[in-house]
Design a protein around this ligand. Structure first.
Ligand SMILES: O=P(O)(O)OC[C@H]1O[C@](O)(COP(=O)(O)O)[C@@H](O)[C@@H]1O
Ligand SMILES: [Mg+2]
Ligand SMILES: [Mg+2]
Length: 390
């Protein structure tokens, strides 16, 4: 039996760097530091209850809410620390921002500062930790504004508010039956599987692509009463299957771990939706009304619209996954505009997210663009039979 020659993540990064002959190697070193943090998190996840890292709020419910207004799990905090500790030392970073930290993270004065900024959700799907379902880490690399690089000053929120199209790289690690790292450096998407014997991420999925068409969708149907009309229409049509306007049956999945759903879609196509809806916005720091503000009137952009702006975070979840999906030939959108064009208005901003197989995402965008076009060509009565009627 011959042994199959596989590339390591390091070798892949060296190959990619050949496209930029003047590159210093800082970028590659940063990605490898991120990969190291992910390996450490993978170990913590794998030991689970044996090392007491699972479950339970860090302190107590009253004091362990993060800036999102959500309960922090022990592993959220541990994973956040792995990310900061393993990436801050190398002189590559100007600063970091994390879903689990209220403010931007400053590289300590005792360490060198660099030209990149790291943005991450250290543990996505952490509500699944206690039930041993796949979770993951999501990250994105941005270039710091030139003036930050030149001055070496502390980073501030505004430095991170760059549209997703400006991301230099994005990726996620998946802590499932196998540990994987899926990465784009702007030249397609590559997947690596952690070889537990070597402790190395090995290139196993060199050119991940999202099929243009699909018959699988993912949405949290318990929110259906809050959905906007274009989303209801889309889901109704999928559920109607062969006898409905789509003329084919659809399958449905919901893991409640977006990173795992993104991976499934990268592997076999599909569409994921966590759209904005008509619930009141969450009472977290990113959406709290300013004094005297109201939902329809004054205040920052994200509280001007009535309803819930979405559950997922633009900087930590939607943009990195958006870059990966688009690099793999899929599409990512708010439903109304391409995700990567959105100009962020806040570090912890939430947003409606639709991504996956291109033709389905474009269809959902069309439904948002022409909400009045509700007539089914093949069956004009279809709209009357809505499964998720108002
Ligand atoms: O409970 P819901 O509404 O299904 O939420 C599931 C969603 O929440 C998230 O877990 C949010 O991520 P965090 O675990 O990082 O807070 C997404 O991964 C997932 O899609
Ligand atoms: Mg998350
Ligand atoms: Mg998280």
């Amino acid at each position: 039996m011959t042994t199959r020659r596989r590339f390591t993540l390091t070798q892949y990064l060296i190959e990619q760097r050949r496209r930029f002959p003047s590159a210093s190697g800082d970028f590659n070193a940063l990605v490898l530091d991120v990969a190291l943090a992910c390996k450490a998190i993978a170990r913590s996840v794998a030991f689970g209850e044996l090392t007491g890292v699972l479950g339970n709020p860090v302190v107590d419910v009253a004091t362990s809410l993060n800036v999102q207004g959500e309960e922090q799990k022990r592993l959220d905090v541990i994973s956040n620390e792995y990310f900061t500790q393993m990436t801050e030392w190398g002189g590559h970073l100007a600063g970091m921002a994390s879903e689990e930290m209220d403010e931007p993270y400053q590289i300590p004065d005792t360490l060198q500062r660099g030209k990149y900024m790291l943005v991450f959700d250290p543990l996505d799907g952490s509500s699944n930790i206690d039930v041993n379902v796949t979770v993951g880490s999501i990250f994105s690399i941005l270039r710091a504004p030139q003036e930050v690089i030149d001055s070496g000053r502390d980073v501030v929120e505004a430095d991170f508010l760059q549209p997703g199209a400006q991301q230099l790289a994005a990726g996620y690690a998946l802590y499932g039956p196998t540990t994987m790292l899926v990465l784009t450096v702007g030249n397609g998407v590559a997947g690596f599987t952690l070889d537990p014997n070597l402790g190395q991420f090995m290139l196993t999925h060199p050119n991940m692509t999202v099929p243009e068409d699909t018959q699988e969708f993912a949405i949290n149907a318990s929110n259906s009463r809050f959905w906007e009309a274009p989303v209801k229409r889309y889901v109704d049509e999928c559920l109607a299957g062969k006898t409905g306007p789509r003329g084919k049956d659809f399958n449905m999945r919901w893991i409640a771990s977006m990173v795992a759903e993104a991976h499934r879609i990268l592997m076999r196509g599909g569409v994921f939706m966590y759209p904005r809806d008509n619930r009141p916005p969450p009472n977290d720091a990113a959406h709290r009304l300013p004094p005297g503000g109201d939902l329809l009137g004054s205040g920052p952009a994200q509280v001007r619209t009535p309803g819930n702006p979405g559950r997922l975070r633009l900087l930590y979840e939607a943009n990195p996954v958006g870059m990966l999906i688009e690099q793999a030939g899929g599409r990512a959108s708010t439903g109304r505009e391409p995700m990567l064009k959105v100009r962020p208005s806040g570090l912890h901003q939430r947003i409606g997210l639709v991504f996956g197989s291109k033709n389905e995402v474009e269809r959902i965008e069309r439904y948002h663009a022409e909400p009045q076009a509700f007539k089914d060509e093949r069956n004009p009565l279809f709209a009357e039979r809505s499964l998720f009627r108002d």
